[in-house]
Design a protein around this ligand. Structure first.
Ligand code: DQA
Length: 143
């Protein structure tokens, strides 16, 4: 199985960014551990992080050309604003799981709406880094 992990804006700062909300694990650690997990099942994991909306759109479009079979994405704040990222997923028709480290429903009202949730295969919210691993396990075993 060919999986792609995408992290959106400010997630490059994981580990030091609001650790009470997002934990102390760095993005590099998440990527390394998730890759090891995926590879242990014979899959492959490509990872990508960007702070720029258009770059995220480009990466999703490119995924289709590369034969990526499933995407795990934490779109960060673009979750709540980006019709462009929604349209990119609608264009490529690659199944994806939306992951949020924090429980966005416990937080400000403006984080309660997602432009992606209704077109996602599923959403994993509020379980910290476990969300990324659960999403990968789903695509590797259930799907
Ligand atoms: C987040 C939640 C978003 O509302 C926020 O803008 C983030 C991180 C999360 O993982 O909990 O950047 O996606």
């Amino acid at each position: 199985k060919k999986l792609l992990l995408i992290n959106g804006p400010n997630l490059n700062l994981l580990g030091t960014r609001e650790p009470d909300k997002y934990g102390t694990t760095t993005l590099a650690e998440i990527e390394t551990d998730l890759r090891a997990f995926v590879e242990s099942t014979g899959g492959t994991l490509t990872t990508y992080q960007s702070n720029h909306e258009g770059d995220l759109v480009d990466r999703i479009q490119q995924a289709a050309k590369e034969g990526i079979e499933a995407v795990i994405i934490n779109p960060g704040a673009y979750t709540h604003t980006s019709i462009a990222i929604r349209d990119a997923f609608l264009s490529v028709q690659i199944p994806f799981i939306e992951v949020h480290l924090s429980n966005i429903f416990k937080r400000e009202e403006f984080r309660h709406h997602s432009y992606l949730s209704d077109i996602a295969e599923g959403c994993i919210i509020g379980l910290g880094v476990h969300g990324y691993f659960s999403a990968a396990a789903y695509f590797l075993t259930a799907k």
